[in-house]
Design a protein around this ligand. Structure first.
Ligand code: ADP
Ligand code: MG
Length: 256
């Protein structure tokens, strides 16, 4: 049975997609079977895994509306080493279309149940909102990975997400918890970042992952080649950090 994790933070540009594709590639590198689900209509995780979102016949949109199964809609990336359930602009419509249907927040959960034996990890790249799409992700996950930059308002921004996770835990998915906060785009030369990092550890303790992802230009360049940094330049500092993070996740799920 796969362990399912959402990569979520309602802020945009905090490193969710970078975390999703690089963790997927890192896990694949250390021998794990991985499915990455793109739940963002921007389709960045799809493109960043070398899959052209405009050429997909079936996407997570069709799965949410039950017009196709995950087995039919997933594609494999040979270069990246994992499977992808892709997304494109069509997915933006699902938000409205799902309002009408039954069990609307459980659609993804039901769909993933049919293929969950095929994987060790299923990673879900969430959109920058606490919408019906994100809710579908949270309903099927065992845990949430929260990427965050160590900036002044970092802690404040977490309150809404933590409250949403508490509500989903209470009403829809009693398995759900925050697995950890991942410090990303970290620059140790910036004193403020060190201070916020210490504050985070003080506040969240064990919930802060040991691995820190540095700010690294190779991670930012990789998407334009349709690759995760881990595949694009495996020896770069950013890629190395994500491989270490993948190993940390493999250890974490042993105690879950
Ligand atoms: P989100 O999915 O939360 O919107 P992204 O993963 O798309 O965020 O990241 C936002 C931008 O920051 C992208 O241009 C990405 O390439 C860049 N970025 C993310 N992580 C890093 C990093 N560790 N070092 C340098 N650039 C990064
Ligand atoms: Mg994104």
């Amino acid at each position: 049975m796969a362990k399912i994790f959402c990569i979520a933070n309602q802020k945009g540009g905090v490193g969710k997609t970078t975390t999703a594709v690089n963790l997927a590639a890192g896990l694949a590198k250390v021998g794990q079977r991985v499915l990455m689900v793109d739940l963002d209509p921007q389709g960045n995780a799809t493109m960043g895994s070398g899959i052209d979102k405009r050429k997909l016949d079936m996407t997570v949109y069709d799965v949410l509306l039950e017009s196709s199964s995950v087995a039919e809609a997933r594609v494999h990336s040979e270069k990246c080493g994992y499977d992808i359930l892709g997304a494109n602009r069509e997915l933006a419509g699902a938000e409205v279309e799902l309002v009408e249907v039954e069990r609307r927040e459980k659609r993804l959960k039901l769909a993933l149940a049919s293929i969950d034996a095929d994987y060790d990890f299923i990673l879900i790249d969430c959109p920058p909102s606490l919408s019906m799409l994100t809710l579908n992700g949270l309903c099927c996950a065992h845990g949430v990975i929260v990427p965050m930059q160590c900036e002044y308002f970092a802690l404040e921004g977490l309150t809404d997400l933590v409250n949403t996770i508490k509500q989903v835990h209470a009403n829809l998915n009693k398995d759900l918890k925050i697995i950890g906060l991942l410090r990303v785009m970290f620059d140790p030369r910036i004193t403020l970042q060190q201070q916020v990092s210490e504050q985070l550890k003080g506040h969240f303790g064990e919930k802060v992952f040991n691995t820190v992802i540095p700010r690294n230009v190779r991670l930012a360049e990789a998407p334009s080649y349709g690759l995760p940094g881990v595949v694009f330049d495996p020896s770069s500092k950013g890629a190395q950090a994500f491989i270490t993070f993948a190993e940390e996740m493999v250890q974490r799920i042993k105690t879950m």
